[in-house]
Design a protein around this ligand. Structure first.
Ligand code: PEP
Ligand code: MN
Length: 277
Protein backbone atom coordinates (compact mmCIF):
# COMPACT_ATOMS: atom_id res chain seq x y z
CA UNK A 1 0.00 0.00 0.00
CA UNK A 2 1.26 3.51 -0.86
CA UNK A 3 0.14 6.39 1.33
CA UNK A 4 -0.65 9.42 -0.86
CA UNK A 5 -0.24 12.61 1.13
CA UNK A 6 -0.98 15.14 -1.62
CA UNK A 7 -4.42 16.76 -2.12
CA UNK A 8 -4.69 14.79 -5.36
CA UNK A 9 -4.06 11.13 -5.98
CA UNK A 10 -5.32 9.67 -9.26
CA UNK A 11 -3.44 12.26 -11.33
CA UNK A 12 -0.14 11.72 -9.50
CA UNK A 13 2.87 9.79 -10.70
CA UNK A 14 3.06 8.10 -7.31
CA UNK A 15 -0.28 6.48 -8.07
CA UNK A 16 0.32 5.92 -11.80
CA UNK A 17 4.04 6.03 -12.75
CA UNK A 18 3.72 5.68 -16.52
CA UNK A 19 2.71 8.40 -18.98
CA UNK A 20 -0.94 8.29 -19.95
CA UNK A 21 -1.38 8.04 -23.71
CA UNK A 22 -4.80 9.08 -25.06
CA UNK A 23 -6.07 7.88 -28.41
CA UNK A 24 -8.51 10.22 -30.17
CA UNK A 25 -9.80 8.53 -33.35
CA UNK A 26 -6.33 7.11 -33.95
CA UNK A 27 -4.44 10.33 -33.08
CA UNK A 28 -2.33 9.75 -29.99
CA UNK A 29 -1.25 12.23 -27.36
CA UNK A 30 0.99 11.65 -24.34
CA UNK A 31 4.33 9.95 -23.75
CA UNK A 32 6.24 10.18 -27.04
CA UNK A 33 3.11 11.10 -29.00
CA UNK A 34 2.66 14.76 -29.85
CA UNK A 35 -0.52 16.46 -31.10
CA UNK A 36 -0.66 19.61 -33.20
CA UNK A 37 -4.13 21.02 -32.52
CA UNK A 38 -5.30 24.08 -34.44
CA UNK A 39 -8.30 25.96 -35.72
CA UNK A 40 -10.28 29.17 -35.37
CA UNK A 41 -11.19 30.57 -31.95
CA UNK A 42 -14.85 30.44 -32.91
CA UNK A 43 -16.80 28.70 -35.64
CA UNK A 44 -18.33 31.42 -37.82
CA UNK A 45 -19.49 29.92 -41.13
CA UNK A 46 -19.39 26.59 -42.98
CA UNK A 47 -16.88 28.00 -45.39
CA UNK A 48 -14.64 29.38 -42.65
CA UNK A 49 -14.42 26.11 -40.72
CA UNK A 50 -13.95 24.00 -43.86
CA UNK A 51 -11.14 26.26 -45.10
CA UNK A 52 -9.50 26.15 -41.68
CA UNK A 53 -9.83 22.36 -41.45
CA UNK A 54 -8.24 21.88 -44.88
CA UNK A 55 -5.36 24.15 -43.83
CA UNK A 56 -4.84 22.17 -40.59
CA UNK A 57 -4.89 18.93 -42.53
CA UNK A 58 -2.55 20.02 -45.31
CA UNK A 59 -0.02 21.38 -42.79
CA UNK A 60 0.03 17.99 -41.04
CA UNK A 61 -2.06 18.96 -37.99
CA UNK A 62 -3.55 16.28 -35.73
CA UNK A 63 -6.89 17.74 -34.59
CA UNK A 64 -9.26 20.59 -35.41
CA UNK A 65 -10.17 22.93 -32.59
CA UNK A 66 -12.97 25.49 -32.73
CA UNK A 67 -15.43 27.05 -30.33
CA UNK A 68 -19.20 26.87 -30.71
CA UNK A 69 -19.99 27.90 -27.12
CA UNK A 70 -17.71 30.85 -26.39
CA UNK A 71 -16.86 32.25 -22.94
CA UNK A 72 -16.61 35.97 -23.81
CA UNK A 73 -15.61 38.60 -21.27
CA UNK A 74 -18.28 40.96 -22.62
CA UNK A 75 -21.89 39.76 -22.86
CA UNK A 76 -22.16 41.83 -26.07
CA UNK A 77 -19.31 40.01 -27.86
CA UNK A 78 -20.04 37.14 -30.29
CA UNK A 79 -21.09 34.16 -28.17
CA UNK A 80 -20.71 31.41 -30.79
CA UNK A 81 -23.09 29.46 -33.01
CA UNK A 82 -23.86 26.66 -30.53
CA UNK A 83 -25.00 23.34 -32.00
CA UNK A 84 -25.10 24.78 -35.54
CA UNK A 85 -21.37 25.44 -35.21
CA UNK A 86 -20.74 21.88 -34.04
CA UNK A 87 -22.57 20.54 -37.09
CA UNK A 88 -20.26 22.60 -39.30
CA UNK A 89 -17.25 21.13 -37.49
CA UNK A 90 -18.60 17.62 -37.95
CA UNK A 91 -18.84 18.23 -41.72
CA UNK A 92 -15.19 19.36 -41.67
CA UNK A 93 -14.26 16.19 -39.77
CA UNK A 94 -16.12 14.06 -42.33
CA UNK A 95 -14.01 15.54 -45.10
CA UNK A 96 -10.60 15.73 -43.42
CA UNK A 97 -10.75 12.97 -40.79
CA UNK A 98 -9.50 15.44 -38.15
CA UNK A 99 -10.95 14.82 -34.66
CA UNK A 100 -12.85 17.75 -33.13
CA UNK A 101 -11.90 19.60 -29.94
CA UNK A 102 -14.52 22.04 -28.65
CA UNK A 103 -15.41 23.82 -25.43
CA UNK A 104 -18.28 23.04 -23.06
CA UNK A 105 -19.56 25.92 -20.92
CA UNK A 106 -22.74 24.53 -19.43
CA UNK A 107 -23.52 20.96 -18.29
CA UNK A 108 -26.95 21.31 -19.97
CA UNK A 109 -25.18 21.34 -23.35
CA UNK A 110 -23.06 18.24 -22.65
CA UNK A 111 -25.31 15.70 -24.32
CA UNK A 112 -25.68 17.78 -27.49
CA UNK A 113 -21.97 18.50 -27.60
CA UNK A 114 -21.02 14.84 -27.15
CA UNK A 115 -22.91 13.98 -30.33
CA UNK A 116 -20.19 15.87 -32.26
CA UNK A 117 -17.08 16.43 -30.11
CA UNK A 118 -14.16 14.02 -29.86
CA UNK A 119 -12.46 15.99 -27.06
CA UNK A 120 -14.35 18.21 -24.60
CA UNK A 121 -12.49 21.40 -23.70
CA UNK A 122 -12.96 22.99 -20.29
CA UNK A 123 -11.78 26.59 -20.54
CA UNK A 124 -9.62 28.59 -18.16
CA UNK A 125 -12.66 30.37 -16.72
CA UNK A 126 -14.26 27.09 -15.71
CA UNK A 127 -11.21 25.31 -14.30
CA UNK A 128 -12.74 25.44 -10.84
CA UNK A 129 -16.35 24.91 -11.88
CA UNK A 130 -16.47 21.72 -9.86
CA UNK A 131 -19.93 20.58 -10.99
CA UNK A 132 -18.86 20.94 -14.62
CA UNK A 133 -15.65 19.00 -13.91
CA UNK A 134 -17.57 16.17 -12.23
CA UNK A 135 -20.03 16.09 -15.11
CA UNK A 136 -17.31 15.63 -17.76
CA UNK A 137 -15.69 13.13 -15.39
CA UNK A 138 -18.70 10.91 -16.03
CA UNK A 139 -18.53 11.14 -19.81
CA UNK A 140 -16.70 8.79 -22.14
CA UNK A 141 -14.70 11.34 -24.13
CA UNK A 142 -11.25 12.81 -23.33
CA UNK A 143 -11.21 16.22 -21.66
CA UNK A 144 -8.82 19.08 -22.44
CA UNK A 145 -8.50 21.03 -19.19
CA UNK A 146 -7.03 24.50 -19.41
CA UNK A 147 -5.19 26.08 -16.51
CA UNK A 148 -7.26 28.78 -14.77
CA UNK A 149 -6.39 32.44 -15.27
CA UNK A 150 -4.85 32.70 -11.81
CA UNK A 151 -4.59 29.06 -10.80
CA UNK A 152 -1.56 27.51 -9.16
CA UNK A 153 -0.29 24.25 -10.58
CA UNK A 154 -1.59 22.44 -7.52
CA UNK A 155 -5.09 23.89 -8.00
CA UNK A 156 -4.97 22.83 -11.66
CA UNK A 157 -4.01 19.27 -10.71
CA UNK A 158 -6.79 19.17 -8.13
CA UNK A 159 -9.23 20.26 -10.86
CA UNK A 160 -8.04 17.32 -13.00
CA UNK A 161 -8.49 15.07 -9.98
CA UNK A 162 -12.22 16.00 -9.92
CA UNK A 163 -12.52 14.57 -13.45
CA UNK A 164 -10.53 11.38 -12.80
CA UNK A 165 -12.37 10.79 -9.54
CA UNK A 166 -15.62 10.32 -11.48
CA UNK A 167 -14.04 7.65 -13.67
CA UNK A 168 -12.77 9.51 -16.73
CA UNK A 169 -9.00 8.88 -16.84
CA UNK A 170 -8.41 10.74 -20.11
CA UNK A 171 -7.45 14.33 -19.34
CA UNK A 172 -5.09 16.55 -21.34
CA UNK A 173 -3.72 19.51 -19.36
CA UNK A 174 -3.22 22.80 -21.23
CA UNK A 175 -0.99 25.67 -20.07
CA UNK A 176 -2.51 28.85 -21.55
CA UNK A 177 -0.76 31.61 -19.62
CA UNK A 178 -1.53 33.10 -16.24
CA UNK A 179 -2.28 36.61 -15.01
CA UNK A 180 0.70 38.59 -13.78
CA UNK A 181 1.60 42.30 -13.56
CA UNK A 182 3.07 42.14 -17.09
CA UNK A 183 1.00 43.83 -19.80
CA UNK A 184 3.21 43.29 -22.88
CA UNK A 185 1.41 39.99 -23.43
CA UNK A 186 -2.24 39.08 -22.78
CA UNK A 187 -1.12 36.60 -20.11
CA UNK A 188 2.28 35.32 -19.01
CA UNK A 189 3.25 32.00 -20.54
CA UNK A 190 4.46 29.75 -17.71
CA UNK A 191 6.82 27.39 -19.50
CA UNK A 192 7.97 25.93 -16.19
CA UNK A 193 4.48 24.46 -15.77
CA UNK A 194 5.30 21.86 -18.44
CA UNK A 195 8.11 20.01 -16.63
CA UNK A 196 6.69 20.77 -13.18
CA UNK A 197 3.41 19.07 -14.10
CA UNK A 198 5.11 16.23 -15.96
CA UNK A 199 7.25 15.38 -12.93
CA UNK A 200 4.22 15.28 -10.64
CA UNK A 201 1.57 13.91 -12.99
CA UNK A 202 1.23 11.24 -15.70
CA UNK A 203 -1.29 13.10 -17.91
CA UNK A 204 -0.28 14.72 -21.24
CA UNK A 205 0.52 18.45 -21.05
CA UNK A 206 0.12 20.79 -24.00
CA UNK A 207 0.75 24.52 -24.44
CA UNK A 208 -1.47 27.23 -25.92
CA UNK A 209 0.82 30.13 -26.89
CA UNK A 210 -2.08 31.92 -28.67
CA UNK A 211 -4.07 32.64 -25.51
CA UNK A 212 -0.88 32.91 -23.43
CA UNK A 213 0.35 35.88 -25.46
CA UNK A 214 -2.54 37.30 -27.50
CA UNK A 215 0.01 38.03 -30.26
CA UNK A 216 0.56 36.04 -33.43
CA UNK A 217 4.23 37.07 -33.63
CA UNK A 218 4.90 35.28 -30.32
CA UNK A 219 3.13 32.03 -31.18
CA UNK A 220 6.14 30.36 -32.82
CA UNK A 221 8.86 31.29 -30.28
CA UNK A 222 6.75 30.28 -27.30
CA UNK A 223 5.62 27.08 -28.99
CA UNK A 224 9.26 26.21 -29.50
CA UNK A 225 9.93 26.94 -25.81
CA UNK A 226 7.04 24.68 -24.78
CA UNK A 227 8.11 21.87 -27.11
CA UNK A 228 11.73 22.11 -25.90
CA UNK A 229 10.45 21.92 -22.32
CA UNK A 230 8.74 18.62 -23.14
CA UNK A 231 5.15 19.51 -24.07
CA UNK A 232 3.04 16.71 -25.56
CA UNK A 233 1.27 19.06 -27.94
CA UNK A 234 0.37 22.59 -28.93
CA UNK A 235 -2.99 24.32 -29.36
CA UNK A 236 -2.81 27.17 -31.83
CA UNK A 237 -5.42 29.55 -33.22
CA UNK A 238 -5.57 29.80 -37.01
CA UNK A 239 -8.19 31.62 -39.09
CA UNK A 240 -8.62 31.74 -42.90
CA UNK A 241 -8.70 35.52 -42.62
CA UNK A 242 -7.45 36.70 -39.20
CA UNK A 243 -8.30 40.36 -39.93
CA UNK A 244 -11.99 39.45 -40.15
CA UNK A 245 -12.12 36.99 -37.22
CA UNK A 246 -15.03 37.52 -34.83
CA UNK A 247 -12.83 36.47 -31.92
CA UNK A 248 -9.07 36.51 -31.18
CA UNK A 249 -7.95 37.72 -34.62
CA UNK A 250 -4.73 39.42 -33.36
CA UNK A 251 -3.37 36.10 -32.08
CA UNK A 252 -4.53 33.97 -35.01
CA UNK A 253 -2.16 32.72 -37.71
CA UNK A 254 -3.19 32.73 -41.37
CA UNK A 255 -3.18 29.35 -43.18
CA UNK A 256 0.10 30.28 -44.90
CA UNK A 257 1.73 31.28 -41.61
CA UNK A 258 0.38 28.11 -40.01
CA UNK A 259 1.97 25.90 -42.68
CA UNK A 260 5.33 27.54 -42.02
CA UNK A 261 4.77 27.30 -38.26
CA UNK A 262 3.96 23.63 -38.52
CA UNK A 263 7.22 22.90 -40.36
CA UNK A 264 9.28 24.68 -37.69
CA UNK A 265 7.42 23.04 -34.81
CA UNK A 266 7.76 19.61 -36.40
CA UNK A 267 11.57 19.87 -36.58
CA UNK A 268 11.79 20.54 -32.85
CA UNK A 269 9.24 17.86 -31.97
CA UNK A 270 11.41 15.34 -33.81
CA UNK A 271 14.48 16.65 -31.99
CA UNK A 272 12.79 15.89 -28.65
CA UNK A 273 12.26 12.29 -29.76
CA UNK A 274 8.49 12.63 -30.09
CA UNK A 275 6.30 11.83 -33.04
CA UNK A 276 3.39 13.92 -34.39
CA UNK A 277 0.32 11.77 -34.65
C1 PEP B 1 -10.25 29.40 -26.14
O1 PEP B 1 -9.58 28.34 -26.12
O2 PEP B 1 -10.72 29.90 -27.19
C2 PEP B 1 -10.38 30.13 -24.86
C3 PEP B 1 -11.40 30.92 -24.61
O3 PEP B 1 -9.33 29.92 -24.06
P1 PEP B 1 -9.10 30.13 -22.49
O4 PEP B 1 -10.15 29.33 -21.81
O5 PEP B 1 -7.71 29.59 -22.30
O6 PEP B 1 -9.18 31.60 -22.24
MN1 MN C 1 -9.60 32.10 -28.52
Amino acid sequence: MVAILKPYKLVSREFHPHDTVIDVRGKKIGGRHFALIAGPCSIETEDQVMTAARAVKSAGGSMLRGGAFKPRSSPYAFQGLGLDGLKMMAAARDETGLPIVTELLDPRDLEGLLAYADVVQIGARNMQNFQLLSEVGRCAKPVLLKRGLSATIEEWLMAAEYILKEGNREVILCERGIRTFETATRNTFDVSAVPVVQLACHLPVIVDPSHATGRRDLVLPLSLAGIAAGANGVLVEMHPNPELALCDGPQSLSPVAFAEYSGRARELVEWTGKEIS
